[in-house]
Design a protein around this ligand. Sequence first.
Ligand code: HEM
Length: 496
Amino acid sequence: REAGLPPGPPTIPLLGNLHIFPTEFAHYKFTEWARKYGGIYSLKIGPGTAVVLTDTAAVKELMDNRSGSTVDRPPMHVADLVAGGLNMHSLPFQLNPRAFTPTSDATQTPSSSPYSTESVRRDTRPPETTAFFNAQHEWELVLEPGATPPVDLIPILKYVPARWAKWKRDCAKTRKLQRELYFGLLDETKERLRRGEENGSYMEEVLARAEEFGLDRENTGYLGGVLIEGGSDTTSSFLQSLILAMVAYPEAQRKAQEEMDRVVGEHRMPTLEDLEEMPYIRAVVRETHRFRPVAPLLIPHSPLNAEEVGVSYCVTKTYLLSRLSFKYNGFIIPQGATIFVNVWGIFHDPELYNDPENFIPDRYLLTENGTRPEVDGSDLRPTLPFGVGRRVCPGIHLAQNSININAMNLVWAFNFTTELDGEGNPVKLDTFDYQKGILTAPRPFKCKITPRSTEKAELIEREFLEAADTFSKFEFGISPEDKAFVAESRMRRADG
Ligand code: HEM
C-alpha cells in the first residue's frame, strides 16, 4: 500500500488484498473491516485501489459536497461486455445532459395504485415478466462487487479465453437475455404506434424525440431498458424486505396498523396525502431502508478527471501511485480509484444506532435520522439509500411514491404472520437469508398473508375492478397468456 493512502488490511506482494476480497455479500466484510480500520480505508486490488467510506462526515463531504470530483463511475468491463457501454448506471459522467432531462411524466405516479395489493412480484408470470426477471437476475449477479475477477484493475484478465472464464460466458448470456427483452419491448412499442394505439407512455415520447436528442436504436433500447431495470427489482426488493420485517417484528406491524386504522379506517384505501399524518408509517419506511438497504454499497463511484484534483506525487520504491489524485483529511484518493459508499456499514453502526441489527421504527420518532439521542446524526440524510451527489437515483421521486403507497396499502389491508409447520409451531424466519447480487432482496420465504377484514377485502376487489379503465390502455399487444390472466382475474372478481 503506497504511502498516503488510507489504511487497510495488510497486503501481500502483487495481489495486494485481492486474495481476501469477498466474492459475495461484500458489504458484510467491508463493514467488518470498517470497524477495524476506520471510516475511510483502502484495499489494494493488484496495482489498483479501492476506497471504502463508512464515515458519514466523509460521505457528506466527499460524495455530496465535492460531488463534482467524485461523480464518475470506475471502468466496468463486465458491464461493458453486457451492455456495450450503454448502461446508464455505469456510464461515465460526460453525457449529453439534454438527452437525460426528464421531459414527460416518467417521474410521476398516481396517488393510489390499485394493483399494489395484488403482489410484490406477480405469482402468475407472463413470458415478458419471466424474461425480465431472468435477465435482471443474471445482470445483478454480474454486477455484484467481487463476483467476477477484477478485470478492470488487472486488465490482462480480459484476454482469458471464454472457455476458461465463466464470467465471460455469464456476461454473454446476460447480454443475450437483456437485448432480447429491451429490443423486443422497443419493437413492440413501435409496432403499437404504427397501429395508432398510443397510450402516453414515456417510451413513446423518447421515440418521438429520438432525432432531436440524437438517440439511435441502441441508445433508445437501453434508455427504456435501464428504466425498467432501475425501477422494478429495486422497488420489489424493498417491499419484500418490508414484508419480512412485518412478519419478524409483529409489534412494529401492530403499531403501523393502529396508525392506519386511526387515520384511514375501514371505508376507503390509503392515499399518499395520508402520509403527512402517519409518522409511524414514515418511520417504518425509513427503518426498512436502514435495516435492509436495497443497494448496500450503492453503485461504485470514481474520481472524475481533472476537476479540483491536487497534484500529489507519491512514489514508493517502484511505483508511482498517481500523479492526479485528491486529498481528504490527509489521505490520498488516487485518480482511477473505485469508491464504495458503505451504506450498510453506516446503517448498522452500533455507535450511530441503538441495537442496529433489530427492526425498530420507533428510533425515527425519537431523532430525525434515527440515531442515538447523544449522537450528532446531522451528516445523514433521509435520501442516502438512493445514492450520493450528482449520481443520486434519478427515479427517486417515482420510487418514494411507489414505496410509500405500497407500504401503506399492504399494512392497511393485510396481516402478515409466520407460517406454521406440520406440528403447528411457527416457522422461524431468518432475516439474514438474502440473495446474492448487487441488490439486497430476501430469498423467498414462507409467511401467511390474510386480509384484515371482509370489508377491506371487498374494497380491494372493487378498486381492482375500477382500475380496469386506467390499466387497459397499457394492455395492448400483450401475450395471449397475459390477456387471459387479466380477463380471468377481472371476471373472477366481478362474479365474486
Ligand atoms: C427502492 C427504489 C430504488 C432505490 C433504493 C434506488 C437506488 C439507487 C441507487 C443507490 C443508485 C446509485 C446512486 C449512486 O451511485 O450514488 C441508483 C441509480 C439509478 N437509479 Fe435508482 N433506485 C430505486 C428506484 C429507481 C427507479 C424507480 C428508477 C427509474 C424509474 C431508477 C433509476 C435509476 C438509474 C437510471 C440510476 C443510474 C443513475 C446514474 O448512474 O447516474 N431507480 N438508484
